[in-house]
Design a protein around this ligand. Sequence first.
Ligand SMILES: C[S@@+](CC[C@H](N)C(=O)[O-])C[C@H]1O[C@@H](n2cnc3c(N)ncnc32)[C@H](O)[C@@H]1O
Length: 221
Amino acid sequence: MHKMRSMNNWTRASNGEFVDVHRELVPYSHALELLETVEKEFNVKEYCSGSNAAGRWIFQIFNEEFVRELAHVINTIVKETNNEGPVLEVMSGDGRLSDFLNQRVERKIIATDAKSDRYNIAYPKYIERIDALKAIDRHNPSLVIICWEPQWSMVVIDIVKSGVPVVWIGNPDKCGHPDLFDLPHLRRRSRYALSRHDRFAAKEFRTDIFLFNCDISWFEN
Ligand SMILES: C[S@@+](CC[C@H](N)C(=O)[O-])C[C@H]1O[C@@H](n2cnc3c(N)ncnc32)[C@H](O)[C@@H]1O
C-alpha cells in the first residue's frame, strides 16, 4: 500500500527528493501543489537552496501562466519601443527564465550574469559572464529583464535612469533597493507569481512584476 502511494506521488523523484520545479515549465496549479507539499513535509527555503532532485537554486518559481503573462508584457513593450535591439536579461542566474521565455517572445533574448561566487548557482556556459551595466552598454537592448536583484543592490536604479524599459521581478521588501520604488513604475499584480519567500498554506504571496519606463496606455487593449 505504501509503495503504491509513493509511486503515484509525482512530487518526489526516484531518490526520494522533491522534483525540480524548473526541470520543465509546469502549470501554476502543479507548481503550487508541489510547493504546498514541500512546505508541509519539508522546508521551502532548503528546497529552493539546492535540496531538490536537481540541486537547483530557485528564487522566483516559474510556471506556465506566469511565463505567458510575462511574455505578453515583453511583446507589448518591444512593439512600443523604437529600439530594434534584443531583450536582455541581466543577473539571470542559471538562465531558466530566458529559456522558458525563448519560444514565446518575438525578439532575441540574451541572458547574462556576473556569475558571482556568492551563490552556488550552476551557471551554464551559454550565459554570458558580464556585469549588468556593461551588458547594457554592449547590447543596447530594447528591454531589460531582472529577476531577483540582490538585496540593497542599486544597479537597477542606474538602469532605470538610463531610460530603457525594465521588467523587474521579485519581492520588493527583500530584493534590490527600496529607493527603486520611488521611481515611477507600474505594478502588474500577477495572480501567478510564486517564490521562495511565500507562505503557501497561508496564501501569502510576496512577489510581483514591476515595470519601469513603460506607459500604462501600452497595456490598455
Ligand atoms: C538572487 S540571484 C537571482 C538569479 C536569477 N535571476 C533567478 O531568478 O534565479 C542574483 C544573481 O545576480 C547576479 N548579480 C549580482 N550582481 C550583479 C551585477 N552587478 N551584474 C550582473 N550580475 C549580477 C549574481 O551573480 C546572481 O546570479
